[in-house]
Design a protein around this ligand. Sequence first.
Ligand SMILES: Nc1ncnc2c1ncn2[C@@H]1O[C@H](COP(=O)(O)OP(=O)(O)OP(=O)(O)O)[C@@H](O)[C@H]1O
Ligand SMILES: [Mg+2]
Length: 275
Amino acid sequence: MSSRIELSHVGQTFWVRGDEDRQLREFVALDDLDLEIGAGEFVTVVGPSGCGKSTVLDLIAGLATPSAGRLTIDGVPITGPGLDRSVVFQQYTLLPWRTAAGNVEFALEARGGLTKRERATRAREYLDLVGLSEFAGRYPHELSGGMKQRVAIARSLSYEPQVLLMDEPFGALDAQTRERLQEELLGIWRRTGTTVVFITHDIDEAVFLGQRVAVMSARPGRISEVIAVDLDREAAAETDVRATRQFAEHRHHIWSLLRQQHAADTDPTRELAHV
Ligand SMILES: Nc1ncnc2c1ncn2[C@@H]1O[C@H](COP(=O)(O)OP(=O)(O)OP(=O)(O)O)[C@@H](O)[C@H]1O
Ligand SMILES: [Mg+2]
């Protein structure tokens, strides 16, 4: 099961205090942002730090209300969080009073439809998947940062939502765990057909995972380009798709878009234009 997501002319403005005069000012985080994500599609989002990636995810999750524009899931306006969507946040968000397994089971309780025994089995299964079978009984404060994030990932996956929203979920992991989880995530996505919106700083990760990569610009945050990733995964399976020429071309293209961004962002005249 999956859902189609549509963002049209979305704007998000925050009120912030000026550094010097402490006066409240409007800060435009997102402006006129359009993005369509097909049912069952895997879209990755890259962009400079602070460009509004997490803000976009919060809006799709229904955790914030946009200042302008419209967000829909299967044509229905998003008015709040829902059981159809599951989020892996940029920061760890585990219940401190529950063990790793207890945290995964908690999401399954909310979802309903499973017996206690089934929830425990499913929690085990997904903790195995993220390499934490031996840590099921540990509490969050007894886990490392990367482990906590893996529990959060297991929790979101176990739930098998229609829409999976992931905010730099692999950022804190070591390279090997990260690669393994990237492949697992693709496997899960292919099996379940979930719609995935995946935010990352890592261009290689964006190209490896996404069917399309949405590149965001900063100040105000907008989608500057959406790139369809055409990788011949079948042919490359024996080697590594990351080593193919197409992969290198996509990486280069996104890299140059972000470099232009960075140059524009450090231009002081641009800074002034938004005060
Ligand atoms: N609640 C808020 N109040 C005021 N400003 C906010 C709020 N939330 C976000 N912002 C601002 O909006 C902009 C976008 O923030 P956001 O967290 O979406 O960026 P991001 O692209 O996810 O960055 P990063 O890659 O560093 O995680 C930033 O300039 C941030 O300071
Ligand atoms: Mg963020």
